[in-house]
Design a protein around this ligand. Sequence first.
Ligand SMILES: *[C@@H]1O[C@H](CO)[C@@H](O)[C@H](O)[C@H]1NC(C)=O
Ligand SMILES: *[C@@H]1O[C@H](CO)[C@@H](O)[C@H](O)[C@H]1NC(C)=O
Ligand SMILES: *[C@@H]1O[C@H](CO)[C@@H](O)[C@H](O)[C@H]1NC(C)=O
Ligand SMILES: *[C@@H]1O[C@H](CO)[C@@H](O)[C@H](O)[C@H]1NC(C)=O
Ligand SMILES: *[C@@H]1O[C@H](CO)[C@@H](O)[C@H](O)[C@H]1NC(C)=O
Ligand SMILES: *[C@@H]1O[C@H](CO)[C@@H](O)[C@H](O)[C@H]1NC(C)=O
Ligand SMILES: *[C@@H]1O[C@H](CO)[C@@H](O)[C@H](O)[C@H]1NC(C)=O
Ligand SMILES: [Ca+2]
Length: 385
Amino acid sequence: MAVWFQRIFLLLLVSICASSDFLENSDFESPPLNLPSNASSSDFVLLDQNTTLPGWTFQGTIQYVTSTDMPDFGHAVQLGEDGKINQTFIAKGDVLNYILTFSLIPGGQNCSSSAGLSVSGPDSNAVFSYMHKYSKVSWQSYSHNLGKWGNGEPINLVLESQITDSESNSTCWPIVDTLLIKTVGVTLDQDSGNLLTNGGFESGPGFLPNSAEGVLIDAVPSLIQSALTQWSVIGTVRYIDSKHFHVPEGKAAIEILAGTTPSGIQTAARDTSEGSRYNLTFTLGDANDACIGHFIVGVQAGSAAQNFTLESKGTGSGEKFGLVFKADEAAAQISFTSYSVTVTKEDVLCGPVIDEVNVHLLGGTASVKPTWLLLVFALLYVAVL
Ligand SMILES: *[C@@H]1O[C@H](CO)[C@@H](O)[C@H](O)[C@H]1NC(C)=O
Ligand SMILES: *[C@@H]1O[C@H](CO)[C@@H](O)[C@H](O)[C@H]1NC(C)=O
Ligand SMILES: *[C@@H]1O[C@H](CO)[C@@H](O)[C@H](O)[C@H]1NC(C)=O
Ligand SMILES: *[C@@H]1O[C@H](CO)[C@@H](O)[C@H](O)[C@H]1NC(C)=O
Ligand SMILES: *[C@@H]1O[C@H](CO)[C@@H](O)[C@H](O)[C@H]1NC(C)=O
Ligand SMILES: *[C@@H]1O[C@H](CO)[C@@H](O)[C@H](O)[C@H]1NC(C)=O
Ligand SMILES: *[C@@H]1O[C@H](CO)[C@@H](O)[C@H](O)[C@H]1NC(C)=O
Ligand SMILES: [Ca+2]
């Protein structure tokens, strides 16, 4: 009963938080003011000092993009040489994590180098670059955790182009569109039967309304800085939503995308005690994204490690597995690593889906789950007495 109540509460919390709108002109649909009079005929308009972009401050080479090649987006901005845009928004209410999702579009073709996009909050920074084979459309959604803020604190979001090869004479500069801020609780409500936080991956970055491609989460070594609450990321994973993918449970799950190196996710169990035995259970499946292949997922729990395999037909599946381990420290490390490189027919990287990760004590009281039936019997017993 408590588990259900907490799940419903968490879902409510997530849906309330996701609806907040923090950024002004987050999709760049409000056009720049005082544009040069001859500019309207061009797809790329260079913004000069006399131009203002509603909601944003800019510096360096910034072009306003009106492209018919991107019907999903309409208008966007390209950050050229030394290009930088920023906007400050104010945190509301309790201390929460502010997670940014945005779309990144490669600006141009046949470039000898591609500039990256640096995304910063007041105390965080990450550099993103468009990666081929990670999306079947010509743009990608990425996420970044802007940190924990509350009580009216100002959050200055800064996006800046970052050149990787200064010798180059033809650089593709990043195009940015549709930014979304989602707040998630700093401490999530716990499912009393599960020693993992966010084992169902319901707390993570927001999904862009016009995207069916999920959200990419790049490597992040720290649980606290991760856009995926309480999980660090190795390589790249895709955060998938139940609207567009097969998700084993709830509204979201993780699809691990192994490229030339393995990718995966890692967390730590709460309050495991040394020497006690636990069962790590999880669902391994496929996202119904035509990912056909032989999945190999390495699972580590404390000092126990085992490889699990799944033959994927790519039509959406989920199978429950378990790994029993003995804790050798207070917070046992749990990780999932995909070793199989799989691509769809369209040559887009894809891979195994992980969801419903659960750690519970074996043979202890914590593993006994009270059910309605037990409760009814208990009440009857009391009534008889
Ligand atoms: C607009 O006019 C300016 C100066 O007259 C010129 O430098 C610029 O290239 C023109 N832009 C377009 C898009 O025609
Ligand atoms: C900005 O406007 C001023 C005054 O109208 C003009 O003198 C100046 O040339 C303009 N600057 C640019 C970069 O267009
Ligand atoms: C952009 O950042 C500067 C300081 O670096 C700040 O003065 C300015 O207000 C910011 N712009 C917006 C729109 O928040
Ligand atoms: C890029 O290269 C392709 C093939 O080499 C060519 O067809 C295309 O026109 C080039 N595009 C540009 C913008 O130069
Ligand atoms: C760009 O550099 C390459 C070699 O680095 C050279 O072959 C090419 O001609 C250069 N293009 C221009 C437009 O300068
Ligand atoms: C799992 O498979 C990978 C790749 O085949 C291998 O490197 C690793 O040693 C295996 N781990 C276990 C625990 O068998
Ligand atoms: C661990 O969980 C798996 C999957 O639910 C189950 O099949 C297995 O029996 C469990 N092991 C123990 C020792 O309870
Ligand atoms: Ca889930």
